[in-house]
Design a protein around this ligand. Structure first.
Ligand SMILES: [Zn+2]
Length: 192
Protein backbone atom coordinates (compact mmCIF):
# COMPACT_ATOMS: atom_id res chain seq x y z
CA UNK A 1 0.00 0.00 0.00
CA UNK A 2 1.23 3.46 -0.83
CA UNK A 3 1.82 6.29 1.54
CA UNK A 4 -0.72 8.80 2.83
CA UNK A 5 0.92 12.22 3.02
CA UNK A 6 0.01 14.25 6.08
CA UNK A 7 1.48 17.29 7.77
CA UNK A 8 3.70 16.16 10.62
CA UNK A 9 5.18 19.58 11.07
CA UNK A 10 5.41 20.83 14.57
CA UNK A 11 6.85 23.92 16.08
CA UNK A 12 5.75 27.44 16.61
CA UNK A 13 4.20 28.92 13.48
CA UNK A 14 5.75 32.24 12.70
CA UNK A 15 5.42 34.86 10.03
CA UNK A 16 8.52 34.84 7.84
CA UNK A 17 9.79 38.07 6.40
CA UNK A 18 9.73 38.29 2.61
CA UNK A 19 13.53 38.46 2.57
CA UNK A 20 13.88 35.37 4.72
CA UNK A 21 11.41 33.45 2.57
CA UNK A 22 13.24 34.35 -0.64
CA UNK A 23 16.56 33.44 0.93
CA UNK A 24 15.17 30.02 1.80
CA UNK A 25 13.61 29.48 -1.62
CA UNK A 26 16.82 30.39 -3.40
CA UNK A 27 19.39 28.70 -1.25
CA UNK A 28 20.35 25.06 -1.27
CA UNK A 29 20.39 24.83 2.49
CA UNK A 30 16.64 25.10 3.01
CA UNK A 31 16.93 21.44 3.82
CA UNK A 32 20.21 19.61 3.90
CA UNK A 33 18.63 16.65 2.07
CA UNK A 34 18.03 18.79 -0.98
CA UNK A 35 20.78 20.04 -3.21
CA UNK A 36 18.40 21.99 -5.41
CA UNK A 37 16.84 25.29 -4.44
CA UNK A 38 13.13 25.86 -4.98
CA UNK A 39 13.62 28.94 -7.10
CA UNK A 40 16.42 30.13 -9.41
CA UNK A 41 18.47 33.11 -8.26
CA UNK A 42 17.16 35.29 -11.10
CA UNK A 43 13.55 34.13 -10.84
CA UNK A 44 10.77 36.23 -9.35
CA UNK A 45 8.46 34.34 -7.01
CA UNK A 46 5.37 36.41 -7.84
CA UNK A 47 5.94 36.07 -11.59
CA UNK A 48 6.37 32.30 -11.37
CA UNK A 49 3.15 32.00 -9.35
CA UNK A 50 1.22 34.34 -11.67
CA UNK A 51 2.30 32.57 -14.87
CA UNK A 52 1.46 29.13 -13.45
CA UNK A 53 -1.95 30.45 -12.40
CA UNK A 54 -2.63 31.39 -16.04
CA UNK A 55 -1.52 27.97 -17.24
CA UNK A 56 -3.85 26.25 -14.76
CA UNK A 57 -6.75 28.35 -16.07
CA UNK A 58 -5.87 27.40 -19.66
CA UNK A 59 -5.71 23.75 -18.70
CA UNK A 60 -8.98 23.99 -16.79
CA UNK A 61 -7.60 22.33 -13.65
CA UNK A 62 -7.43 23.60 -10.09
CA UNK A 63 -4.58 23.68 -7.60
CA UNK A 64 -6.46 21.12 -5.54
CA UNK A 65 -6.88 18.74 -8.49
CA UNK A 66 -3.14 18.76 -9.16
CA UNK A 67 -2.29 18.39 -5.45
CA UNK A 68 -4.74 15.49 -5.05
CA UNK A 69 -3.37 13.72 -8.11
CA UNK A 70 0.13 13.74 -6.60
CA UNK A 71 -1.26 12.42 -3.31
CA UNK A 72 -2.93 9.63 -5.30
CA UNK A 73 0.38 8.83 -6.98
CA UNK A 74 2.00 8.41 -3.55
CA UNK A 75 -0.92 6.27 -2.44
CA UNK A 76 -0.56 3.91 -5.38
CA UNK A 77 1.56 0.79 -5.05
CA UNK A 78 1.60 0.05 -8.76
CA UNK A 79 4.85 -0.10 -10.71
CA UNK A 80 3.24 1.71 -13.59
CA UNK A 81 1.16 4.86 -13.38
CA UNK A 82 -0.74 6.04 -16.42
CA UNK A 83 1.69 4.16 -18.66
CA UNK A 84 4.72 5.63 -16.87
CA UNK A 85 7.08 3.37 -14.90
CA UNK A 86 7.33 4.33 -11.22
CA UNK A 87 10.64 4.56 -9.33
CA UNK A 88 10.16 5.10 -5.60
CA UNK A 89 12.94 6.70 -3.58
CA UNK A 90 12.99 6.16 0.16
CA UNK A 91 14.49 8.48 2.73
CA UNK A 92 14.08 9.03 6.46
CA UNK A 93 13.72 12.78 6.05
CA UNK A 94 11.41 14.93 4.04
CA UNK A 95 11.70 18.57 2.99
CA UNK A 96 10.50 21.19 5.45
CA UNK A 97 8.33 23.79 3.73
CA UNK A 98 10.34 26.99 3.10
CA UNK A 99 7.34 28.90 4.50
CA UNK A 100 8.03 26.98 7.71
CA UNK A 101 4.55 25.54 8.13
CA UNK A 102 4.77 22.00 6.88
CA UNK A 103 6.75 18.77 6.82
CA UNK A 104 5.27 15.45 5.86
CA UNK A 105 7.66 13.43 8.06
CA UNK A 106 8.09 13.97 11.77
CA UNK A 107 11.72 14.50 12.81
CA UNK A 108 11.18 11.68 15.30
CA UNK A 109 10.16 9.24 12.58
CA UNK A 110 13.39 7.69 11.44
CA UNK A 111 11.90 4.86 9.42
CA UNK A 112 12.54 4.76 5.73
CA UNK A 113 9.58 5.86 3.63
CA UNK A 114 8.89 6.93 0.06
CA UNK A 115 9.43 10.68 -0.07
CA UNK A 116 10.13 10.97 -3.79
CA UNK A 117 8.76 9.33 -6.88
CA UNK A 118 10.40 9.45 -10.28
CA UNK A 119 7.80 8.91 -12.95
CA UNK A 120 9.52 7.79 -16.14
CA UNK A 121 8.01 9.08 -19.37
CA UNK A 122 6.30 6.01 -20.87
CA UNK A 123 6.14 7.72 -24.25
CA UNK A 124 9.94 7.98 -24.35
CA UNK A 125 10.66 4.72 -22.60
CA UNK A 126 13.53 3.50 -24.76
CA UNK A 127 15.34 6.84 -24.56
CA UNK A 128 14.74 7.01 -20.80
CA UNK A 129 16.06 3.48 -20.19
CA UNK A 130 19.16 4.17 -22.29
CA UNK A 131 19.74 7.43 -20.39
CA UNK A 132 19.41 5.75 -17.01
CA UNK A 133 21.63 2.83 -18.00
CA UNK A 134 24.29 5.26 -19.18
CA UNK A 135 24.11 7.33 -16.02
CA UNK A 136 23.96 4.37 -13.69
CA UNK A 137 22.89 4.96 -10.13
CA UNK A 138 23.92 8.56 -9.71
CA UNK A 139 20.67 9.55 -8.05
CA UNK A 140 19.98 13.25 -7.83
CA UNK A 141 22.76 14.17 -10.22
CA UNK A 142 20.88 12.83 -13.24
CA UNK A 143 17.67 14.71 -12.40
CA UNK A 144 18.33 17.98 -14.27
CA UNK A 145 19.02 16.26 -17.58
CA UNK A 146 16.28 13.69 -17.04
CA UNK A 147 13.76 16.49 -16.64
CA UNK A 148 15.24 18.75 -19.32
CA UNK A 149 14.86 15.96 -21.87
CA UNK A 150 11.35 15.22 -20.60
CA UNK A 151 12.33 11.63 -19.81
CA UNK A 152 10.76 11.80 -16.38
CA UNK A 153 9.25 13.93 -13.63
CA UNK A 154 10.20 13.98 -9.98
CA UNK A 155 7.42 14.22 -7.43
CA UNK A 156 8.12 15.00 -3.79
CA UNK A 157 5.90 14.54 -0.76
CA UNK A 158 6.06 18.31 -0.23
CA UNK A 159 4.53 19.11 -3.61
CA UNK A 160 0.82 18.75 -2.73
CA UNK A 161 1.28 21.22 0.11
CA UNK A 162 3.31 23.71 -1.95
CA UNK A 163 0.68 23.66 -4.68
CA UNK A 164 -2.42 23.72 -2.50
CA UNK A 165 -1.28 26.17 0.16
CA UNK A 166 1.28 28.36 -1.60
CA UNK A 167 0.17 28.07 -5.28
CA UNK A 168 3.78 27.19 -5.99
CA UNK A 169 4.96 24.54 -8.47
CA UNK A 170 8.64 25.49 -7.91
CA UNK A 171 10.83 27.55 -10.21
CA UNK A 172 11.78 26.72 -13.78
CA UNK A 173 15.40 25.92 -12.98
CA UNK A 174 14.91 23.10 -10.53
CA UNK A 175 14.26 19.52 -11.62
CA UNK A 176 11.75 19.40 -8.77
CA UNK A 177 9.44 21.77 -10.60
CA UNK A 178 6.01 20.15 -10.98
CA UNK A 179 5.27 21.99 -14.19
CA UNK A 180 1.46 22.10 -14.52
CA UNK A 181 1.37 21.12 -18.21
CA UNK A 182 3.71 18.22 -17.65
CA UNK A 183 1.92 17.10 -14.51
CA UNK A 184 -1.39 17.04 -16.34
CA UNK A 185 0.22 14.95 -19.09
CA UNK A 186 2.13 12.54 -16.82
CA UNK A 187 -0.78 12.03 -14.43
CA UNK A 188 -3.43 12.11 -17.13
CA UNK A 189 -5.51 14.78 -15.42
CA UNK A 190 -8.77 16.08 -16.74
CA UNK A 191 -9.42 13.16 -19.03
CA UNK A 192 -10.94 10.65 -16.64
ZN1 LIG B 1 4.08 25.71 3.62
Amino acid sequence: MGRIITNEHFGIPRELSRGELLRRLKSGDVNSCLMFSYLGLDEDLDEVIASDKKVLAELGVTYDTVAKSIEELFLSDSDNYNGNPVIRREFIHSPVCPWDDYCSVSPFNLSSKVTEIVLVNGEKLEEAITFMEERGDDGLRCFPELVRRDLGMIFSDIHPHLIRDHYFFEGHQTPYRVDPRRTVRYLNLGTE
